[in-house]
Design a binder for this molecule. Structure first.
Ligand code: HAM
Length: 417
């Protein structure tokens, strides 16, 4: 887990804003769900035999002995909210943002607390809705400033296809059983699809020879994904069909995708998503969504040279000589802030020299300086910090003058008006 502060936090804030803006354009509403849920929620929706549930969840009992868990992803909590609070007839467009927790071995781009930007469109299976979600996925990454990413898509088929896919894969893999790693030999019994996710070279070689998953699926499922591809083609969205992509969570059906970035190394998925079905609160909830990993997005942006840290910008520094002027400066700061100008005051009593050093360090464009004499005269000294140029301005004209110095062009335009 990591602290985030200063200019890097500024970069995160910029990415969050760009995400919220894209969501606004797609008509999404925000949802914030708790970080802690009942453990069963994740077992039930992500799947008991998934890696996330088996190995990676932080779960613990509360004082009453109920099993809780820190959320390892956002979809399950959002679907619980939908089941509890929204009518079944409504299509919903939701987005969320926040920390998720998985007990994985930390490495570059893999953290135990990480952050997802997520979207869930709650709606019945429909290739056009899936394409809309993929378009939103692509726009989210582009708006953050990322360009060099690769979108890989596949189908999991309908729930009805699942038995045929599982049986087909078992038959193909049976002759190679002794060559699979011990984990995959276990997966062969418990959840054969997981073998396609194995990162070990030996298993990958065997998986590489398997037929496309769609060969086991019904004509209807194959036609569904073909329609998704057609709509994406019409939208001009570039993608690769990845016939052995399965994704690590059990709730998926039909369209699934992953977005990778060449700058990411071993953990190269910057985002993942797909269509899903879960039974929750006596209801069948269907939708399509995705989640972008913030930590990985930031690394990918930095590799592309566009993840520039962003400093908080102070425009005006208020310096004072004497306690009375300090107090008066707070009032002036209030007026400047109300006019949208970012300004700072020293938080403790300091010599003027020390205050001016702090002003220079803050990056402010100008300093406003007051002592007893200025207070008496009702004036303020305005110093432009780059040139050191200084003048005395009547108190009543200070806001106007500060505005002119900060944005001279805007000032000229105002005058022309
Ligand atoms: P996921 O593929 O498990 O999908 O996670 C989505 C993204 O979260 C990954 O592509 C990755 O960028 C990031 N991520 C996952 N684990 C870590 C980690 N330990 N450290 C850093 N980043 C990580 C889901 O979570 C689904 N809920 C996505 C979804 C939404 N599907 C439908 N709706």
């Amino acid at each position: 887990m990591q602290d985030l502060a200063g200019p890097e936090a500024g970069l995160w804030r910029r990415i969050e804003r760009s995400f919220v803006e894209v969501c606004r354009r797609y008509g999404l509403e925000e949802v914030r769900t708790p970080v802690i849920e009942y453990r069963d929620l994740f077992c039930h929706s992500l799947g008991e035999s998934t890696e996330v549930v088996q190995k990676e969840m932080y779960s613990f009992p509360d004082a009453a002995g109920r099993q809780l868990a820190l959320r390892p992803e956002g979809t399950a909590g959002v679907l619980r909210y939908v089941a509890e609070s929204r009518p079944a007839t409504e299509d919903l467009r939701l987005f969320y943002y926040g920390p998720m927790f998985r007990r994985e071995r930390p490495q570059a781009g893999r953290r135990r607390q990480f952050h997802q930007l997520g979207v869930e469109l709650i709606c019945a299976a429909d290739p056009v809705a899936d394409a809309e979600c993929v378009a939103l996925q692509v726009d989210t990454l582009r708006a953050a400033g990322l360009s060099n990413f690769v979108l890989r898509i596949n189908t999991r088929g309908d729930i009805g296809d699942m038995n045929r896919v599982t049986e087909g894969l078992r038959q193909e893999l049976r002759p190679f059983l002794s060559e699979l790693c011990p984990d995959c030999r276990r997966r062969y019994e418990t959840n054969v699809l997981r073998i396609l996710d194995c990162k070990r070279d030996g298993c990958r070689r065997i998986v590489g020879q398997l037929p496309d998953l769609s060969t086991y699926m019904s004509g209807a499922s194959r036609s569904y994904i073909e329609q998704v591809y057609t709509v994406l083609g019409r939208l001009g969205i570039a993608f690769h069909v990845e016939p052995r992509l399965v994704r690590g969570l059990d709730y998926y059906v039909h369209t699934i995708w992953e977005v990778t970035h060449p700058g990411l190394g071993a953990q190269d998925a910057v985002s993942g998503g797909g269509r899903y079905v879960v039974q929750m609160g006596g209801r069948r909830i269907e939708g399509v969504g995705f989640a972008v990993g913030m930590e990985r997005l930031v690394i990918a942006l930095q590799r592309e040279g566009s993840g520039m840290p962003e400093r908080t910008e102070i425009q005006v520094w208020l310096a004072a000589v004497g306690e009375e002027a300090r107090a008066a400066n707070l009032q002036l700061a209030g007026q400047l802030r109300a006019a949208g100008i970012a300004c700072s005051v020293p938080l403790r009593f300091q010599s003027l020299k020390a205050q001016m050093r702090a002003a220079a360090k803050s990056g402010a464009k100008l300093a406003l300086i007051r002592g007893d004499e200025e207070l008496q005269r009702g004036t303020i000294r305005l110093r432009e910090l780059d040139s050191g140029r200084e003048r005395e301005v009547p108190g009543g004209r200070i806001l106007e003058t500060v505005r002119e110095v900060l944005a001279p062009e805007a000032g000229t335009l105002d005058n022309a008006d």
